[in-house]
Design a protein around this ligand. Structure first.
Ligand code: PRP
Ligand code: URA
Length: 206
C-alpha cells in the first residue's frame, strides 16, 4: 500500500533539494531533516508493549516499543537518510545493502550485504531517496526477505508511478512511504521532475 506523506515542512525541504542550484551541504542537510520528519510519520503504528516501571514517585504501568527496528539503507544514496532517522530512534540497528543501477540496462547489481542477526523478528525499514523503476527496491526487499524479515517498510523520498507499481506487483505485502509521487520516468530512467542523481548530489561525485 502506498502512503504519500503530505506535510508542509517535508514539501518545503524537498523543494530545496529539487532546485538544481542547491549544493551538496544543503542537499544533505535537507535530506537528513526530511528523513527525520518521515520517520516520525511512519512510526505512528509501531507496536508497543505494556511494561511496569518505577518513577521517582511510584510504580506504574506504561508502554515501550515492542520490537527492534532495523534500518536498511540501499547504498549509496540511502545512507543520506540514516542519520535523520537515527536521531529520532537512536536504538535502531543498521543493515547495509549495496546496489547500483546499470546506466544502460537500468538493472540493479548487488555488491554488498550485511545484516544484524535479529532481522527476523525486527521491523525493517528499507531507505533510499529514489524509487524510479523499482528494480533496486524490489531486489533489496527480496534480500531482506531471504534473511527472514517479515515486517518490512520501504521509505523513499521521491517515487515514480512505474516504480510504485512494480514494487506493489512484486511485493504486495510491503507498505511504501513517499514524500512525493512524481510524474514519470524519462528515457534515461530518471524521475521527472525528480531531483537528479541522488547519490551524486549527496556525495558530490558529479
Ligand atoms: C539510485 C537510487 C536507487 C536507484 C533507483 O541509485 O539511489 O537506489 O537508483 O532506481 P531504480 O528504482 O530504477 O532501481 P544508483 O544505482 O544510482 O546508485 P548510487 O546510490 O550509488 O548513486
Ligand atoms: N536514481 C536517482 O538517483 N535519480 C533518479 O531520478 C532515478 C534513479
Amino acid at each position: 500500500m502506498l502512503h504519500v506523506l503530505k506535510h508542509p515542512l517535508i514539501t518545503h525541504k524537498l523543494t530545496q533539494m529539487r532546485k538544481k542550484q542547491t549544493g551538496t551541504k544543503d542537499f544533505r542537510q535537507n535530506l537528513d531533516e526530511i528523513a527525520g520528519l518521515m520517520a516520525y510519520e511512519i512510526t505512528r503504528d509501531l507496536p508497543i508493549q505494556k511494561v511496569q516501571i518505577e518513577t521517582p514517585v511510584q510504580v506504574c504501568d506504561t508502554y515501550e516499543l515492542e520490537k527492534e527496528i532495523i534500518l536498511v539503507p540501499i547504498l549509496r544514496a540511502g545512507l543520506g537518510m540514516v542519520n535523520g532517522i537515527c536521531n529520532l530512534i537512536p536504538t535502531v540497528k543498521v543493515a547495509h545493502v549495496g546496489l547500483y543501477r546499470d546506466e544502460e540496462t537500468l538493472e540493479p547489481h548487488v555488491y554488498f550485504e550485511k545484516y544484524p542477526k535479529s532481522i527476523k523478528d525486527s521491523i525493517v525499514m528499507i531507505v533510499d531517496p529514489m524509487l524510479a523503476t523499482g528494480g533496486s527496491a524490489n531486489v533489496a526487499i527480496d534480500m531482506v526477505k531471504k534473511q527472514g524479515a517479515k515486517s518490512i517498510r520501504l521509505v523513499c523520498l521521491v517515487g515514480a508511478p512505474q516504480g510504485v507499481a512494480n514494487v506493489e506487483k512484486e511485493h504486495p505485502d510491503i507498505d511504501i512511504y513517499l514524500a512525493a509521487l512524481d510524474e514519470k520516468l524519462n528515457e534515461k530512467g530518471y524521475i521527472v521532475p525528480g531531483l537528479g542523481d541522488a547519490g551524486d548530489r549527496i556525495f558530490g561525485t558529479k
